[in-house]
Ligand binder design. Structure first.
Ligand code: C5P
Length: 233
């Protein structure tokens, strides 16, 4: 399992997504499909992009009772995606059920990673609204440990947390990290960002890059820069 750059295809429609991917000609970057595109186009968008030869991270962040999540994961697994995710807040029972639902009859399954605390949740809100009265770093690490002990493959986290997660959960536990920006570029609504090169240094396994590639004047060139900085030895 090598390091890879996942492009967050945060587009509204199939047409926009396919138009964007066609810019890459023969290349087949790893693609993240999120809620907006999936809810707009349904499972066909997954089949379509898969048929075009891309690996897919289906970012739907499931969070429900274990039985419901297990059955939903069975459906997602049949779409033949490569990676899916859940909220670790659903507890270990839910994560174990998710893993169960994902596993196909032949024993294969997509990678399963957990979202710890959303990067949009501040420590203050976690305390005042969710009544979790602990430092956010401690909560993130505990959720990562819960994911690891439930048998999940890794977590989605900030690149700034990746090294600590690996320390707590083992080197082979995957860290999938959004919040990537090029040196000197604007950060947009992201707060804690790093460059692809720094994400590599912190030990991220996959970087998720959206606007720095999708909104670039030359998206292919921006993607190649990410690959050069993050993947090259
Ligand atoms: O455009 P940008 O590079 O900020 O996109 C990052 C992508 O990663 C978006 O699709 C966003 O939803 C996703 N993401 C994130 N932070 C998380 C989880 C997912 O930015 N904690």
């Amino acid at each position: 399992m090598g390091k890879d750059v996942i492009i967050a295809c945060d587009f509204k429609s199939r047409a926009e997504t396919v138009g964007f991917l066609e810019l890459f000609k023969g290349r087949k970057p790893y693609v993240k499909i999120g809620m907006e595109l999936f809810y707009a186009e349904g499972p066909d968008i997954v089949r379509d992009i898969k048929e075009r030869g891309h690996n897919i991270f289906l970012d739907l962040k499931l969070h429900d009772i274990p039985n419901t999540v297990m059955k939903a994961m069975k459906v997602l697994s049949s779409l033949n995606v490569d990676m899916v995710n859940v909220h670790a807040a659903g507890t270990r029972a839910m994560m174990e059920a998710a893993l169960n639902g994902l596993t196909r009859d032949d024993g294969t399954r997509p990678l399963l990673v957990a979202v710890t605390q959303l990067t949009s949740t501040s420590e203050e809100r976690m305390k005042n609204e969710l009544l979790i009265d602990r430092p956010i770093d401690e909560v993130v690490m505990r959720y990562a440990e819960n994911a690891a002990s439930s048998g999940l493959d890794g977590v989605v986290c900030s690149p700034l947390e990746a090294a600590k997660v690996k320390e707590a959960c083992g080197k082979g536990f995957l860290t999938v990290t959004p919040g990537i920006r090029f040196e000197g570029a604007g950060v947009g609504d992201q707060v804690r960002v790093t460059t692809p090169a720094d994400a590599k240094k912190t030990g991220s396994d996959y970087i998720v890059v959206g606007r720095p590639v999708t909104q670039a004047d030359d998206p292919v060139c921006a993607y190649e820069r990410c690959v050069r900085e993050f993947c090259d030895r």
